[in-house]
Design a protein around this ligand. Structure first.
Ligand SMILES: [Mg+2]
Length: 254
């Protein structure tokens, strides 16, 4: 019997960048009574609140249930849990200013050279490259672009594969992972989901075989692949409907 259910967020629990749907919220609330629930994604803390936590509260999650929710923010380089009715940061491993600058320059130059720097398509106040403290994220059309527009931009990941290949030449000391629909996450080597999952094991005091992980990018090069490589049991999903299907099955046999 697994003790921990861990989830990628975008395309695993939701439609990328949107709050989780009612069905997923209701299933996760039920899961909180039986498992430790650990979302892990490249998103920032405030996005975890918008996409997951606020939705669970809206759907009736109790403070006692939230103590079983563990937020592994920015690929698990930051960890938050619910203590005394509030979210408390347990640890954080930020990049240095110098690292952030170097990554940002490499990504921008790569995208410009390849003709994929879409600054003219950004909405006011939006940006392509964002410092998420423990990682730098490239979002080709910015954070505020519409979902459909994002899906259409790089459905086969080919544009991002080219940007990654070029950025790796310009700043080889960093790792670049493709995630979501238009994103590339740049991190220092090892600061990927393996880092997050390793800390999860430590913080929750569990073994690898206690975890079941759900992700949509489990192929080599995808941001869920490091979890597969660690030897953690993984369910590959196409979307939140697949995840809901699996969760109904798990809850049905408890
Ligand atoms: Mg995903």
């Amino acid at each position: 019997m697994k003790k921990v259910l861990s989830f990628d967020i975008d395309q695993t629990l939701n439609i990328a960048k949107t709050p989780i749907p009612d069905e997923i919220a209701d299933l996760l609330i039920k899961c909180l009574d039986h498992f430790e629930i650990c979302p892990i994604s490249g998103q920032k803390f405030d996005q975890f609140l918008v996409q997951i936590v606020n939705r669970l509260v809206d759907r009736g999650a109790l403070p006692q249930q939230l103590t079983h929710l563990h937020l592994f923010v920015a690929q698990g380089t930051q960890y938050y849990r619910y203590e005394n009715n509030d979210w408390k940061q347990i640890y954080s491993y930020p990049l240095t200013d110098e690292q952030v600058q170097k990554i940002s320059e490499a990504l921008e130059q790569s995208a410009r050279e390849l003709g994929f720097w879409e600054e003219d398509k950004l909405q006011p106040g939006d940006e392509i490259i964002e410092n998420r403290l423990s990682q730098v994220t490239f979002s080709a059309l910015g954070q505020k672009a519409g979902t459909e527009e994002k899906y259409a931009w790089d459905p086969d990941c080919k544009k991002r594969e080219q940007i990654v290949a070029r950025a790796k030449k310009l700043a080889p000391e960093f790792d670049y992972e493709i995630g979501g629909t238009t994103s590339i996450n740049a991190i220092t080597p090892g600061m990927n989901k393996v880092f997050g999952m390793t800390h999860l094991l430590e913080e929750l005091g569990v073994d690898k075989q206690d975890i079941l992980y759900f992700g949509d990018m489990t192929q080599p090069g995808g941001n869920d692949y490091p979890v597969v490589q660690m030897g953690i049991d993984t369910i590959t999903v196409r979307n939140h409907e697949d995840t809901a299907y699996a969760l109904r099955g798990i809850l049905g046999v408890i």
